[in-house]
Design a protein around this ligand. Sequence first.
Ligand code: GAR
Length: 190
Amino acid sequence: MRVVILGSGRGSNAEAILAAEQAGRLGRARVVALFTDRADAPMLALGPRFGVPASFIDPAPFKTKLEGEGEARFIAAVTAATPDLVVLAGFMRVLKPGFLNAFAGRIINLHPSLLPSFQGLDGIGQAFRRGVKITGCTVHGVTAEVDGGPVIDQAAVRIEAGDTLEAVAAKVHAAEHTLLPATIARLSER
Ligand code: GAR
């Protein structure tokens, strides 16, 4: 199963996927390309480290959505990588029908809360401020409804009394780094 990863920042989840592949824990999946919408994304450094092509693609003209010329550039680059699965790992843009239709049924997203709770930006901060005792992370299929596609798998994290926001974030990220590679491995064995 050919996997393309899209991200916008740190890339710790892309790294977890690549490390799982290196360790033989990604099932029949292999990462064939990484793409980012930010020229300064630390995620780009993973390319040379893991021997996978990693490139910035200009997402202009929009700031928070992928539409128009930027969308066309992403569609062309991802299509050229012939993916069976497109993984959004911290890709901070709303996808529009052009991209969604080009890879229909083949896009999954990682979100840092137990959906449908705390959709949108800053899922960890939202859960922390709301005072819930259990939060976590979700892998779901991507549809036109933001953070609304079918849930594929989730992992729970307990928020203990006295936990700081940073402590909760660290726990959620650790859960993500296990959940996302395991989910990809499972999907690859279907
Ligand atoms: C992850 O926590 C992911 O759940 C979140 O961005 C982070 C990316 O971290 N995604 C969203 O909030 C999507 N709405 P990373 O760049 O270190 O993988």
